[in-house]
Design a binder for this molecule. Structure first.
Ligand code: CO
Length: 211
């Protein structure tokens, strides 16, 4: 337990610092949160959503799991997505993967790790659809699959009932695919943003033609 005392002390110091610089900060957050963004990212401790894009508490709604995956049967992720889009009315859904992702590496290796192998099947399916990755030099395969995984999850978000229904009622919500470089702290936009069923359809065509 004593190991956690430093965290609790750090929390008290942080809250005091925030309050000193902005006395109304926490009072304002007591009202309804109005984030503009939903972040779906990897659980990796090196990829914290708020810090990377310089947002404060209250500004970004976050869902993280191993490999930044959107399984069509994942009630947790779908509930976050539905709440964010329909109740909070976020304007942007950001899928953010990262280079050197351990989940993608595990899927690429195919080495059995236990229960998580079931979760990573999704990434192996992406790999199966991107056969050209195996033709790349070994040192490029991981990062290439990290990027493809993000593209696939953008498509998965667009294909949920949540986004389809939002676009059908002409709600202004755009899905984006980003990838973060742990080595330099920079985010790269993979330019697969979709704000309508037509843009989602073009993504499929482009994906097939380019790969
Ligand atoms: Co990761």
């Amino acid at each position: 337990m004593s190991d956690l005392n430093n965290l609790l002390a750090a929390n008290r110091a942080w809250a005091a610092r925030v309050k000193a610089s902005d006395p109304e900060f926490f009072t304002r957050l007591l009202g309804q949160q109005r984030p503009q963004y939903l972040w779906i990212g990897c659980s990796d401790s090196r990829v914290p959503a708020n810090q990377i894009v310089g947002l404060l508490p209250g500004e970004i709604f976050v869902h993280r799991n191993v490999g930044n995956l959107v399984h069509q049967t994942d009630l947790n992720c779908l509930a976050v997505l539905q709440y964010a889009v329909e109740v909070l009315q976020v304007r942007h859904v950001i899928i953010c993967g990262h280079y050197g992702c351990g989940a993608v590496q595990a899927a690429l290796d195919g080495r059995p790790l236990g229960l998580i192998d079931n979760w990573l099947r999704n990434i192996q399916a992406v790999h199966g659809r991107c056969a050209h990755i195996d033709a790349l030099p070994a040192e490029q395969r991981l990062d290439a699959l990290c990027e493809h995984n993000v593209r696939a999850q953008v498509q998965a978000v667009c294909d949920t009932t949540v986004l389809r229904a939002a676009w059908a009622r002409e709600q202004d919500v755009t899905v984006h695919g980003w990838i973060y470089g742990i080595a330099d702290g920079l985010v790269k936009d993979l330019k697969v943003s979709c704000a309508s069923p037509a843009e989602r359809a073009r993504l499929s065509i482009r994906g097939t033609a380019a790969r």
